[in-house]
Design a protein around this ligand. Structure first.
Ligand code: BGC
Length: 269
């Protein structure tokens, strides 16, 4: 059994670091051409380093700067991708940010920034991707599905998170976005799923693993007793995007070392 994404084109948002970079490399190693999206000029070097790893390993792709919360930029990213690569087969809606704050001190800017990238960004990219999937139609030389969308959500689509109301609200909403799209476009053979990572060792949660003390406290929330790696998410993303997962749509898959079993209940309750 081989996971193959040969002849397919994948847009991976927020691919210059963290989970997105892991996914970009996994999809490329399964044969997809990858659009390594990054949000700003500042992340260009990182995106180029990800692309270099991909091409050094024999893969194919480009870097592409686009702020996913901006409609004009998202539309252009999809137009440019289609003119350069012919179409898009896979969207990994990964770009995400945190702007943490106690709720009563949360500013509207913090709220809007997180909802803008984590939710509106996923809406805009999914809309442009689905339009392109429908325009192309099913092409069995690429995939038996018309297109695949994978939303990168979080364990916080079901675990409430004090001090992170904007983030948890965005991820709860992503779950409904994903399920609604799977329902609305199922008959068109477009598959839509979410991956819900737990604690993955990336820049977004550096404070939670960069000291021994923080790491021990984090591990106390994870029955499997290790922090996740971007590759753990990349492995599933490649499988979910492939035809091996053709009957999987409309679901959230948690990759979290059993964080969602609520470890604190293991000794009481
Ligand atoms: C957050 C991380 C956090 C993890 C588990 C993720 O969605 O971005 O900061 O460590 O959830 O709580």
């Amino acid at each position: 059994m081989e996971i193959s994404l040969r002849n397919q084109v994948a847009v991976v948002t927020g691919a210059s670091s963290g989970i997105g970079s892991g996914i970009a490399k996994s999809l490329a190693s399964a044969g997809a051409a990858v659009i390594v999206n990054h949000s700003s000029e500042r992340s260009l070097d990182e995106a180029q380093a990800v692309l270099k790893e991909i091409t050094d390993a024999g893969g194919n792709g480009i870097t592409y700067q686009c702020d996913v919360s901006r409609e004009d930029q998202v539309i252009k990213m999809f137009q440019d991708t289609v003119s350069q690569f012919g179409t898009v087969d896979i969207l990994i809606n990964n770009a995400g940010i945190q702007k943490d704050s106690k709720f009563t001190e949360m500013t509207l800017d913090q709220w809007n920034a997180v909802i803008g990238v984590n939710l509106t960004g996923q809406f805009l990219c999914a809309r442009e991707a689905i339009k392109e999937f429908l325009r192309r139609g099913i092409d069995p030389s690429r995939s038996i599905a018309c297109g695949k969308i994978i939303h990168i959500s979080s364990v916080h689509e079901i675990i409430p998170w004090a001090g992170h109301a904007n983030y948890a609200a965005s991820k709860g909403a992503v779950r409904m976005l994903m399920q609604t799209l799977a329902q609305e476009y199922g008959a068109d053979k477009i598959r839509v799923n979410s991956i819900c990572p737990g604690a993955i060792q990336t820049p977004i949660n550096k404070d939670a693993w960069s000291t021994q003390e923080a790491l021990s406290s984090l591990l106390s929330l994870i029955p499997y007793n290790r922090i996740g790696q971007p590759q753990d998410i990349g492995n599933l993303a490649a499988f979910l995007a492939s035809d091996l997962a053709d009957y999987i749509t409309g679901t959230s898959i948690f990759v979290d070392g059993a964080m969602t079993t609520f470890e604190s209940f293991s000794t009481g309750g």
